[in-house]
Design a protein around this ligand. Sequence first.
Ligand SMILES: [Zn+2]
Ligand SMILES: [Zn+2]
Length: 817
Amino acid sequence: MQDVTSAATRAGSERAPVAPPVDLLRRLRARGAGDPVTHVERVPARPGVPVPWPDWTPEELRAAFAGRGVVEPWRHQTEAAELAYGGRHVVVATGTASGKSLAYLLPALATLLTDPRATVLYLAPTKALAADQLRAVAALDLPGVRPACYDGDTPRAEREWIRRHSRFVLTNPDMLHHGILPGHAQWSGFLRRLTYVIVDECHTYRGVFGSHVAHVLRRLRRRCAAPPRSAPRIPLQSGGGLTGGGGPAGGAGAVGGPVFVLASATSGDPATTAGRLTGLPVTAVTEDASPRGGVTFALWEPPLLPPDAAVEPAGADLTQVRRSALRETADLLADTVAEGVRTLAFVRSRRGAEVVAANARRALDEAVPGLGGRVAAYRAGYLREERRELERALLDGELLGLASTNALELGVDLVGLDAVLICGWPGTRASLWQQAGRAGRSGGEALAVLVARDDPLDTYLVHHPEALFGRPVEATVLDPANPYVLGPQLACAAAEAPLTPADLELFGTGAKEAVDALVGTGALRARPTGWYWRHRERPEVDLRGAGGAPVCVVEAATGRLLGTVDGGSSHFLLHPGAVYLHQGVSYVVDELDLADGCALVHPEEPDWSTHARDVTSLSVVSVRSYVDAGPVGLFLGEVDVTSQVVSYQRRRIASGEVIDTRPLDLPTRELRTVAVWFTVSPQALAAAGVEPPDVPGALHAAEHAAIGLLPLMATCDRWDIGGLSTAVHADTEAPTVFVYDGHPGGAGFAERAYATAEDWLRATRDAIAECGCESGCPSCVQSPKCGNGNNLLGKAEAVRVLDVVLAHLGAAAPAGD
Ligand SMILES: [Zn+2]
Ligand SMILES: [Zn+2]
């Protein structure tokens, strides 16, 4: 995405031929006793589909792209560009390195060249990405565009020049929220002439953060008057590969305001997500027409340990029954390196990456002394130059193996490797392909291996390749109607300019109620001309939080502020004794001062991680929607959750072994949020063979696995959501499993779970049923987050509960609510 040279093929460097991936894989899987490979998918090489430049492309732009090696665009780039140039809001959701940047640069730059008044605003989730993109645009050297980054690092002296003269401003949502919109008077010239808003990597705007960004974009739209368009517009062309959206042409161009062009990783339903993010009808372009090399993709499930070898440390409540994914990945890395295969291993944590590299080095040195020196770990703490040096060494073959934490930290040139090992599901398909996309030299074949961790979702995925290689189902979710987001954002909007009734429509569902609430608290004053912000100071709103002031993380010895943690997560992440990771550096919390809202930490890198535990109770406030399926009920609604973090567990990073559980003394907290829940009548449970004494364990096991599988449907991780199960709940008067958003007001996860309940619960059922363990393990029904020490879990009974639920939900279709 960073590079515009999408259609240019990278010159393959001269390297010795390596074994074809199929042979390599055969040798790797023949090592142990059983076969750990659950599936092999051959992802064929795909030729690109180049198309001519749109005829509105200015000659100098064509020449500039040609100068950067782009001779012709790929079809999806032109499709998206044509839609945007025709005034339609568009999201291009295609794979890694498919050249999404050209899709938005083409219409934006063409307009800047032909309309000397037009301006463009580009938003990236990180400063680094904006800086990369600035380099790419500046390298095109187009007259009169004057691209510039405007963020917290921009020197004061340059800011005024940028506001007055730049026509292509690159920034991030935080700067838009804290800087540009509050100072909109100084930006009025730029905003009035704003023709395109580019939202890059828009799948990163999810959950509470995404909901805030959605309103920041609405505030932006409010400040933009319709710019006169002098650029020639051509009639819309229809093309293949369009899905979703489908509003009438000229939505934006016709009613004024900038055209939004969004770039997303591949995901489920990108048009709907982009529509929620912008509040506008958005058309999706999803058919990737860029070329790619062939990859043999293996799904790998570490073998079960022999029963007598199962690690069951004292005081533990998680039983390790499989070989750890880290050990398995280290062995694979050693084996591929021993074969002279240049391999990149992705591991989720920095410590994990180091463990993998160290174990691989040791194994190699035992085989051939000195060979271990050709494996390294890639640390986020390294300087940019040091990292580029490691990448160069790997590309040259000087290094053969590298263990790294995150694909996004790597340079864009680090592609064309012979093998990529992915230790644990990286959380989203977008990340998976971002990582696997590093494999595949031009014209050659590469190997990618996903090694499953002890986790229900990993287990499910290695047994359900269609979820990985078929159509994406996970959607990026956000909930702009969350009152805890909407209220503060309306306060910001009112501080920028009084709110009018027309604005309420712009901010959508719940806006009127939120404004009334702000009037009630005295923050806004209602006047005949609108609602006015009453204070001198602007509202302080954190885009990453909802409710509760953020907690500052301070290094005790130096007083240095390392960062902030959302108030809601602070008890979990910053309790005394917690290991806190900041940009890959490890700290341990000495003290959490809740009154001052700060945590004091010191740098330390212990070989354990910490996992907080809480006790929770829940009451139903209201039901928003439900499905009546006879003995089974499915509900979506508001709930109050009362919870207290009571202890934490220390677990060895390398083995996952539990060291101990330590008590904590923290106050209880209240959370009003959105939950999805299902009930099953005791009679239906008994008929399915789940007797009353087994009901609590059955529901508890189903709850854990359901939470573990929700990230399959919505881009969240299990730490964004919570759950509660009970054999009888005071509000439902039935056996019930609740799954709720862990953020005040909800962030869209429970809503997505409700909307996809059948698929979600079927996947949950299959993950449990297909796990080869005897009576429950971390790969199926045990949870690292359990407030209950994973006591009372019924694996077989959970499958029966879910079978009952699915049978009745299926019969109740179509769901009435
Ligand atoms: Zn299991
Ligand atoms: Zn539990």
